[in-house]
Write a protein that binds this ligand. Sequence first.
Ligand code: C5J
Length: 221
Amino acid sequence: MTTIEDAQPFAFRFDPAHTALVIIDMQRDFIEPGGFGETLGNDVSLLEAIVPACRSVLLAWRAAGGLVVHTRESHAADLSDCPPAKLNRGEPRLRIGDAGPMGRILIAGEPGNQIIRALAPVPGEWVIDKPGKGAFYATGLHERLQIRGVRQLIFMGVTAEVCVQTSMREANDRGYDCLLLEDCTESYFPAFKAATLEMVRAQGGIVGWTAGSESLLTALA
Ligand code: C5J
């Protein structure tokens, strides 16, 4: 077992052979200037800032031989997996499927839907296209993790309060111990990131644990 002693709310013990690194939605449209996130009026530099820390963890995890799971918020080109409740919500300038600065918004195969270059998947890593906010809805991810004997998940990615937290809650309910890396997740709204970290580790770790990425890197060294 490996231990991150300074995780909150208490030490996180994990077996790397039964743990996956889950990287949520580090896709170009959310992270890069000129993408969908920016067209919504968001400051994407906030999200871009976590890329170096995410990359350090990814490289260390790969070097340790751990399973890596990348997710993308992604829909079929015919939108058959996008319920009207999601498609028609609010009054955005661009809806899912519309032509955006990097191709059709949140559509599989479009340039904006690809994982950013610094974190691009390598052969053997899993890429999960998810039509919802959570990584476990309509993806078969739980079944695949069960076959691999994975029991613990370490999370990075964006956005903290939407797809990351939703995925962590789904995982928690399915029996996984979940750790969120504090400096490897971000939100367009700093208060929402802070609240997410608090919510995850409140009440004795009701959703899971949090820790800095340096603590994980030290534990893996
Ligand atoms: C993600 C979103 N990935 N905020 N999506 O969090 O809509």
